[in-house]
Design a protein around this ligand. Structure first.
Ligand code: ATP
Ligand code: MG
Length: 336
């Protein structure tokens, strides 16, 4: 049951279309590493229910959308496994076993849980599932014994819970799991168009991978820049400008020059935004072309079915090891 190649597990909550924050934070690394690592991409529908349990009717369209976005970004369905979380029963089994030894305090004090509980107004009244989502995420990562988890900065404390879970399981029952490492990208947190700390589906401050040229233009032209700059030759402060942070994320080579010209007041905000529009369009054009190819009727379903089958096979292999280690392989035990 040794793996031939190291494995990646990562993915998204199907809560809406993916945006440039996902692209910078995780998608780019997924695409870059897909040949080197055996890759499992989770469409985390159960994790969506940890905040959106009252709207399951959105799930089917969002599961399709997130899958299409991943494929359009450049993941090759011939080599990666894209699967639906709730259709891999071994993930649910592992969640139950792990939840026996992860303490409530560890979850309550997790920085991601605290921030997200605030965002969703859950501080006073948190569900068992929301508090436990890092345990369920440990099961998402460990069901395929993944080694590497490319994520944005907000998810690193949750990956820490998975690392602890693997360590603790191995200590308690014997070594089954690798200790998975979080892989942070060079832009691990892309700010929103409104200047808020994070571009996020729930905040509506995003450029989506499926946006049209016209939408991209409108959104970038009205994005927040340096409020102190009234005239185009006023000296600017790139460190507080949203558009400049996008130059740093997506136009790395040119950004030192833009920074200097902004500080001297020799490039105005309009010119700087127009250049950004060109850069984003260069990223989005090939994504748009691939999207048309994957929109073929039935194709997404076929890709998800194949990926989910592969995930279930791997999940069964892991559960065999887990049950052996935990003395819960009752019938196999009796034979030997
Ligand atoms: P939601 O608000 O529904 O939680 P989200 O925008 O946080 O949505 P997720 O599906 O939770 O998206 O996250 C998927 C991956 O994308 C995670 O690894 C997350 O860290 C990364 N990510 C999301 N937003 C950003 C961002 N603005 N910058 C960098 N990485 C991001
Ligand atoms: Mg999130």
């Amino acid at each position: 049951m040794n793996k031939e190649r190291k494995r990646i597990l990562t993915g998204d909550r199907p809560t809406g279309p993916l945006h440039l924050g996902h692209f910078a934070g995780s998608l780019q690394n997924r695409v870059k590493l897909q040949k080197e690592y055996e890759t499992f991409i989770i469409v985390a529908d159960v994790q969506t229910l940890s905040t959106n349990f009252d709207h399951p009717e959105h799930l089917p369209a969002d599961v399709w959308q997130v899958t299409l976005d991943n494929l359009s970004a450049g993941l090759d369905p011939e080599i990666v496994n894209i699967f639906i979380q709730s259709m891999v029963p071994q993930i649910a089994e592992l969640t139950v076993f792990f939840s026996m030894f992860i303490t409530v305090n560890r979850l309550r004090h997790n920085p991601t849980i605290k921030t997200e509980a605030g965002q969703h107004g859950f501080e006073e009244n948190m569900t068992y599932g929301f508090l436990g989502y890092p345990v369920s995420q440990a099961a998402d990562i460990l069901f395929c014994r993944a080694d590497l988890v490319p994520v944005g900065e907000d998810q690193l404390p949750v990956v820490e819970v998975s690392r602890f879970t693997a360590r603790r399981f191995n200590e308690l029952y014997g070594t089954v799991f690798p200790e998975p490492e979080g892989l942070k990208s060079e832009t691990a947190r892309l700010v929103g168009l409104d200047g808020k700390a994070k571009m996020s589906k729930s905040l509506g401050n995003c450029i989506y991978l499926r946006d049209s040229t016209e939408e991209v233009r409108k959104k970038l032209m009205s994005a927040v820049t340096d409020p102190a700059r009234i005239h185009k030759d006023d000296p600017g402060h790139p460190e507080i400008c949203t558009i400049f942070s996008y130059h740093q994320a997506f136009n790395r080579e040119e950004s030192p020059d833009i920074e200097e010209r902004c500080r001297k007041g020799t490039i105005g905000c309009v010119a700087c935004k127009k250049r950004m529009i060109q850069v984003i369009e260069e990223i989005l054009d090939p994504i748009r072309e691939r999207r048309i190819r994957f929109e073929k009727p039935g194709l997404i379903e076929e890709i998800l079915k194949t990926g989910t089958e592969a995930a279930c096979i791997e999940g069964s292999r892991t559960m065999q090891l887990v049950r052996g280690a935990m003395h819960t392989d009752y019938f196999d035990r009796r034979k030997s």
